[in-house]
Design a protein around this ligand. Structure first.
Ligand code: FAD
Ligand code: UDP
Length: 366
């Protein structure tokens, strides 16, 4: 008999959801994280009484009533609707791409006129079947928007040309012929009142947690403690990169407290020109309609990833997806290891998808 039923590596949303459900079923879990806090990338830190999204803006959105009810069972969500703006060389545009954007850019007033403008630019580009992000973007919104709002942002975010990136990345953003600045199409959206930590803390009530504990520093001993391991770190690191390293994008966050009540008037401003080194500035108080004399902003700088850096985004192009399939094959032979989450499954998952995937894993497991 081992001391635990499950050793869960990673106290992010995947690990915490699994731990919560396993604990409810009477399973004994130990959850570890190499960071000194729980929550993974949804972790918030309170500064000046404002919940700071320590690892970038996190807006919860889903069309699944099941997932919405699930997260609302831990905390109440506010009515926040993400409506970021884009700043291109001082010109301001609404996002996602919608009638407000088209009107500002071309002076068009009707959906018909906007569609005609896009069609004209698409035809001029000669693209018939889009093969990469650049071609997909031009097909969807034309060359003007591609040049001002997509190319620079995308190339600094991903550190490669938009012609080398998969189309699906740009399809995350809605294109709308209505005057609607809601960044998401999902039915439900909001920010947990009081921040994301509340969800994770509630999920981990009654579960043993060891922080500042890196699985790889003590792998053999840790594995012996439990019948099974749920691993939400990097799958290629788990196998000591034996088939080669998958590629990730990293980020650097620069947080700053400002002696001003309202810095930018909105939670998220995207800086879409290539020359500005950060992609976005987040002003956290707007996520929760905060008041007060001070504000906290975060500049988000994309950066190359090398072994040892924080892997924020998987780079899901063909080359990496093929390599991941090989790791997946290795993983499928494991009897006692379950891989999950953004890093374990090497997928550009949003929060609702991570929770959904964790609940599916739970269903299979119990
Ligand atoms: P993580 O949160 O990364 O958790 C994995 C944990 O494992 C980490 O805490 C890590 O420290 C730990 N770990 C890794 N290796 C080891 C090891 N060897 N030993 C011990 N511990 C280890 N989603 C949305 O739905 N809406 C958004 O607006 C949104 N914005 C985002 C913005 C940014 C900048 C980023 C990077 C992501 C965003 N996401 C958003 C996605 C969201 O963060 C993820 O879907 C979710 O947090 C993934 O949860 P996870 O548990 O898979 O991974
Ligand atoms: N994107 C862009 N301009 C913007 C916002 C997004 O070109 O102003 C592109 C960019 O390639 C980005 C992708 O759309 O990586 C997806 O954007 P999203 O906001 O979903 O990115 P995330 O929040 O996951 O970083």
């Amino acid at each position: 008999m081992k001391k635990y039923d499950y050793l869960i590596v990673g106290a992010g949303l995947f690990g915490a959801t699994f731990a919560y459900e396993a604990n409810k079923k009477g399973k004994k879990c130990l959850i570890i994280d190499k960071r000194d806090h729980i929550g993974g990338n949804v972790y918030c830190k309170k500064i000046e009484n404002i919940n700071i999204h320590q690892y970038g803006a996190h807006i919860f959105h889903t069309s699944s009533k099941k997932i919405w009810d699930y997260v609302n069972s831990f905390v109440e969500f506010n009515r926040y609707t993400n409506s970021p703006i884009a700043n291109y060389k001082g010109e301001i545009y609404n996002l996602p791409f919608n009638m407000n954007t088209f009107n500002k850019l071309w002076g068009v007033v009707t959906p018909e006129a906007a569609k005609a403008k896009i069609e004209e630019q698409k035809l001029a580009s000669g693209i018939v079947e889009p093969k990469n992000l650049e071609e997909q973007a031009i097909s969807l919104v034309g060359t003007d928007i591609y040049t001002k709002l997509i190319k620079g942002y995308t190339e600094k975010q991903w550190g490669r040309s938009a012609t080398e990136l998969p189309s699906f990345i740009i399809k995350r953003l809605p294109v709308r012929f209505t005057y609607d600045n809601n960044y998401f199409n999902d039915k439900y959206q909001g920010i947990p009142e009081g921040g994301y930590n509340i969800i994770i803390e509630k999920m981990l009530e009654g579960v043993e947690v060891n922080l500042s504990t890196d699985f790889f520093k003590n792998k053999d001993e840790l594995i012996k403690l439990a019948e099974k391991v749920v691993f939400t770190g990097m799958i290629d690191e788990f196998y000591n990169y034996e088939l080669g390293a998958l590629e990730y994008r990293s980020l650097k966050f620069e947080h700053e407290v400002l002696e001003c009540e309202n810095y930018q008037g909105v939670a998220v401003v995207n800086y879409t020109e290539r020359e500005i080194p950060y992609t976005r500035i987040i002003e956290h108080k707007h996520f929760e309609y905060g008041t007060g004399d001070k504000t906290v902003i975060t500049r988000e700088y994309p950066s190359d990833w090398k072994i040892g850096d924080e892997p924020y985004y998987p780079v899901n192009n063909d080359k990496n997806n093929k390599l991941f399939e090989k790791y997946k094959e290795l993983a499928s032979k494991e009897k006692n290891i379950i891989f999950g989450g953004r890093l374990g499954n090497y997928k550009y998952y949003d929060m609702h998808q991570v929770i959904e995937a964790a609940l599916e894993t739970v269903e299979k497991e119990f």
